[in-house]
Design a protein around this ligand. Structure first.
Ligand code: NOJ
Length: 522
């Protein structure tokens, strides 16, 4: 386990929308280098960069055309290496996005794989032996290649699935994971990883990490075996590099070799019911909703088994949001968000802050889809640096050339305004991250233990290591007898003075949590 992960706080950068230094309306690597101090000042010590590889951008870069080349619109490979170097000088780690499950249909491997004559890449993708067959409801595409056969997709139509084999071979054209061609796919992936690790990247966020072996790999043991093999390479040759999965099943992902796994927004899961439960009938019952929010039990019943079942292997990553998820501002107001962040940044594991969430950027409704974003596009709009500058300081391009239009609302937040307002969400985030760096008991490894939560009650009291934390997201004051807690409660080390919301008081034998309050005691 790379030691730096235990105090890591990540900042996710969607490069298209962060900072444009060449005036083409799209962010670039130079723009990220320019803002490293900003990331550092916030307290983040690691960055996850969404794909920056050469791509036709039909899925925002998750359709990779060349894994070893930076897309021209972002700069050059040398620029990326410079970003690694500059970040390292500031003690910031950089994780790239690794897309192992599919390439773009424009990747050289796929072009070769489409050829009628057999070649080195014929089996790099999953092809049937007839252009007229479809298989078991899977999205196979035919009629596009000279080669006889249909190919399997992994996501969009432009993303043919790479061939790591099928577990349960029922057709003669299928290959099993131990077939030399499938092993070659795995080795090609390792080669890409080595290419960037040797240039100084600090690891990878792995896209659709569970999607490698097809057909009946239900317990994911065959896909997992590939990751275990890759982890061996990392432990041996790159022991300080991190591997973080988009899987949302930490019991599986961490056991097979990932250091951390994202807790993603899946309808009804523990993360979703905290802040994004808005699709449930009868209104938004998200735990952090001041009115109408639920008790913490729904969260705990989903989270605790994940946590207990995975903690000995690695970490769960809470996210404020990501490039696939509606920003929390869609459903929560600023005081609700501040409390939710207080929770996320004091939980075990490795937290991720999505760019712009530190200033409460909005989810933009009704923006036209961009690069396969569809409803995700509303969470990918350009960073708002300074309201008084053209395009909020994101780019010098004319408005119609911007990657996605800027938020045009009169109350669109910006970094400069947030920094001038001591009550802003920016300072909440900054203080929380600072608090986390100060107390080891708030970092990745310290244990989590539920202390008090009851069906129908809004309050949650829990321990992180020796610290006691309490949160009341509801609209009314709550009193709890401290006799219900084990251990001693001494000083309030964080409370209303940081968050500017509800007050917290500890009187003889009673914990009083004001409406919308959060406190840490030691
Ligand atoms: C998950 C990524 O986060 C998403 O943005 C992408 O479209 C799909 N995987 C396909 O790669």
């Amino acid at each position: 386990m790379p030691a730096w992960l235990s105090d890591a706080v990540f900042y996710e950068i969607y490069p298209q929308s962060f900072n444009d230094t060449n005036g083409d309306g799209i962010g670039d690597i130079e723009g990220i280098i320019e803002k490293l101090d900003y990331v550092k000042e916030l307290g983040c010590n690691a960055i996850w960069l969404n794909p920056i590889y050469d791509s036709p951008f039909k899925d925002a870069g998750y359709d990779v055309r060349d894994y070893k080349k930076v897309a021209e619109r972002y700069g050059t490979n040398d620029d990326l290496v410079r970003l690694f170097d500059e970040a390292h000088k500031k003690d910031i780690k950089i994780l790239l996005d690794l897309v192992p499950g599919h390439t773009s249909e424009e990747h050289e491997w796929f072009k070769k794989s489409c050829e009628a004559d057999r070649n080195e890449f014929s089996d790099r993708y999953i092809w049937t032996d007839s252009a007229f067959c479809g298989i078991g409801g899977h999205p196979y595409i035919g009629g596009e290649a000279e080669r006889e056969g249909c190919y399997m997709l992994n996501f969009f139509k432009c993303q043919p699935a790479l061939n790591y084999g099928v577990l349960n071979k029922t057709e003669k054209w299928q290959l099993t994971p131990d077939h030399p061609s499938c092993i070659e796919t795995r080795e090609a992936l390792k080669d890409i990883m080595r290419f960037w690790l040797d240039k100084g990247c600090d690891g990878f966020r792995v896209d659709m990490a569970d999607s490698l072996v097809k057909e009946d790999d239900d317990d994911k043991s065959a896909t997992g075996a590939i990751w275990t093999d890759i982890r061996k390479m990392m432990d041996r040759d790159y022991p300080d590099a991190a591997l973080i999965s988009e899987w949302c099943n930490p019991q599986c992902a961490l056991k097979y070799g990932f250091h951390a796994d994202f807790y993603l927004d899946h309808h009804g899961n523990g993360y979703n019911v905290l802040v994004r439960d808005c699709e449930t009938e009868g209104g938004d019952h998200s735990y952090f909703k001041k009115d109408g929010g639920d008790d913490p039990e729904r969260f705990l019943s989903d989270y605790l088994p994940r946590y207990e079942g995975s903690r000995k292997y690695g970490y769960i990553s809470f996210i404020t949001c990501n490039h696939d998820t509606p920003r929390v501002t869609k459903a929560l107001d600023i005081s609700e968000i501040k409390l939710a962040y207080a929770f996320f940044f004091t939980m075990p594991g490795v937290p991720f802050l999505y760019y712009g969430d530190e200033i409460g950027m909005k989810y933009l409704e009704n923006v036209r889809t961009k690069e396969g974003g569809y409803q995700r596009t509303g969470s990918r709009s350009p960073m708002q640096w300074d309201k008084d500058q053209k395009n909020f300081g994101f780019s010098d391009a004319e408005a119609d050339k911007l990657y996605i239009p800027m938020d045009s609302a009169a109350d669109a937040p910006s970094v400069t305004e947030a920094k001038n307002d001591p009550d802003s969400i920016y300072y909440t985030v900054k203080s929380l991250i600072d608090l986390r760096h100060t107390y080891e008991d708030l970092q990745a490894d310290a244990s989590f233990k539920k202390v008090y939560s009851k069906k129908g009650e809004r309050i949650l009291v829990y321990r992180r290591g020796d610290l006691l934390l309490a949160v009341n997201p509801g609209a009314s004051e709550v009193h709890v007898k401290t006799g219900d807690f084990e251990g001693n409660i001494m000083d309030v080390i964080a409370g209303d003075m940081i968050y500017g919301i509800g007050t917290t008081e500890l009187t003889s034998g009673e914990l009083v949590l004001g409406a919308q309050s959060f406190a840490v005691f030691k």
